[in-house]
Design a protein around this ligand. Structure first.
Ligand code: AMP
Length: 504
């Protein structure tokens, strides 16, 4: 048992605390003992600042070992860690600060003036990507020991705002229990161990980079090679000295774009995982062809952490996000919460220790999103096969209703993506005077000029899917709009093309 999430991790640190926990691409190295000392000093600093357990600490800094120490320092001091994307603009920061009411904000030096203006009541400290700033300076002479503050398993440990592909961002409250349960399930499912070297390129302000990747590394008593931002060249250089890589589909596509990617380069790798956005069957196959590795796709969301995963040993099915993890109850169910028959698409609903406590200050929204029997309604539409593998077919919100018929964009995208000359596509709905909504496809053609014309794509689709699902328009674009985690922003597309069929 543990009374603080930090202790939960520390109990599993390697016996040899001189082992490297983080090595950066520019040559810095930190041991497990140093991680313990740095996070102790930070926790001590927070206490001296007068912060009390349960207070929120908003952190908007670049990826760096110190960013991770700050997270662990917050846990030790019982503070609620609240990471914010450094790309947020003033207007967005204003919203988060007003909503979360952090008592302290740690930001990049160049953002300090704006942050002070937006949050006059908060304590503001700075930290840059080299680990320097007012926070580090203030920590220097503090004791390198700190007894973690007792917290109840259900106390909130972190708040993460969900990525803005849908509406107003909501603060997701995750407890120590949620985080510990998921970290343990994943470490076991993916066999993380002391020999592992995780090649880490994901942002630490997102659940994927912070909870999935970092927690697995810590719990496995492994080592992290940190590349502050994903860069193909850096990843290619470090792959031969790594064993695990966790990515989003965009990163895999970029790696495939490098002619140097080969089996030889991946000779020491044992695991590539992927999630946060749909991995196409083409990318999965191409990656296997080039490297000999079947990408292990998994599924989750900030609210639930990871709930399904393809197996480490056993078939990794292309196009599927895998099986429910141990400890997760997963069902594909209708509005009434009753599971639908195998193979039929409906909403994915989950229950388990990793499912969040609720939305910050939004109890009604929290209540709406849970069923009476305690399942969280993910808003993702999926179907289960006879072996329990989950296939996602879209988000409930993406659902297009055209002429009274439901169209799941994913289904159409798969068909369009299989056409030679198409790199990728996004299918979305726009207002239509007759049908209510019309199906529209944005298509990225390849550079070789092999992509068929719009009417040819439409003709091809007519032979493959029911007429009501065929896009009324196919538009060519250079690239799909994506948010920072690589998710296609369908809301943006729908809005941008909203006048396409308007009557004048
Ligand atoms: P976030 O809370 O930002 O992690 O976003 C969660 C959403 O990302 C989920 O509700 C899914 O719609 C999507 N997602 C996560 N993993 C996958 C995956 N493997 N395939 C397709 N979509 C995914």
């Amino acid at each position: 048992m543990y009374s603080n999430l930090y202790t939960f991790f520390a109990n599993r640190f390697p016996t040899n605390t001189a082992k490297a926990v983080i090595e950066t691409s520019d040559g810095q190295s930190y041991t497990y003992a140093e991680l313990d000392q740095y996070s102790a000093r930070l926790a001590g600093r927070f206490r001296r600042l007068g912060l009390e357990p349960g207070d929120r600490v908003a952190v908007s800094v670049e990826n760096s070992p110190h960013a991770l120490f700050v997270y662990l320092g917050c846990l030790r001091a019982g503070l609620v860690y609240l990471p914010l994307n450094t790309a947020y603009q003033r207007r967005e920061l204003e919203y988060f600060i007003a909503d979360a009411e952090p008592r302290a904000i740690i930001c990049r030096p160049q953002a300090a003036a704006t942050v002070r203006e937006l949050a006059p009541a908060a304590l503001v400290e700075t930290l840059d990507e080299r680990g320097e700033g007012s926070l580090t300076e203030a920590c220097q002479r503090l004791p390198a020991e700190f007894t973690p503050v007792d917290r109840a398993p259900d106390d909130t440990a972190t708040i993460l705002y969900t990525s803005g592909t849908t509406g107003r961002p909501k603060g997701v409250m995750l407890s120590s229990r949620n985080l510990a349960a998921n970290a343990l399930a994943l470490t076991q499912a993916w066999g993380m161990n002391e020999a592992d070297v995780l090649l880490h390129t994901l942002p630490l302000f997102h659940a994927h980079g912070l909870f999935i990747a970092t927690h697995c590394m810590l719990l496995g008593a492994a080592t992290m090679r940190m590349v502050p931002r994903f860069e193909v060249a850096a990843v290619l250089e470090l792959l031969p000295r790594s064993t695990v890589f966790m990515g989003v589909p965009t990163l895999y596509r970029r790696l495939l774009g490098a002619p140097e990617l080969s089996r030889a380069l991946c000779r020491n790798m044992r695991l590539f995982t992927c999630g946060s956005a749909p991995l196409t069957v083409e990318t999965f196959n191409q990656f296997e062809h080039r490297t000999g590795h079947f990408i292990l796709e998994r599924y989750g969301m900030t609210e639930t952490l990871i709930t399904t995963s393809n197996p480490l040993d056993g078939p990794r099915v292309a196009g599927s996000v895998g099986l429910a993890l141990p400890g997760v109850s997963l069902r594909v169910a209708g509005e009434d919460g009753r599971p639908v028959p195998t193979g039929v698409p409906a909403e994915v609903q989950v229950k388990g220790e990793s499912v969040f406590r609720g939305y910050w200050k939004q109890p009604e929204k929290t209540e709406q999103d849970f069923t009476d029997d305690g399942f969280f309604k993910t808003g993702d539409i999926g179907r289960l096969d006879a072996h329990g593998y989950l296939f996602l077919v879209g988000r409930a919100k993406d659902l297009i209703i055209s002429g009274g018929y439901n169209v799941y964009p994913k289904e159409i995208e798969l068909v369009i993506n299989s056409i030679e000359g198409v790199v990728e596509s996004a299918v979305f709905g726009v207002p239509h005077p007759d049908f209510g909504e019309a199906v529209v496809a944005a298509v990225v053609p390849d550079d070789a000029g092999r992509c068929p014309k719009a009417f040819e794509i439409i003709e091809r689709l007519r032979t493959q899917v029911a007429n009501y699902k065929v896009p009324k328009r196919v538009l060519f674009v250079d690239a799909l709009p994506r948010n920072v985690m690589g998710k296609v922003q369908k809301d943006f597309l729908s809005q941008h093309y909203s006048q396409l069929f308007s009557e004048r």
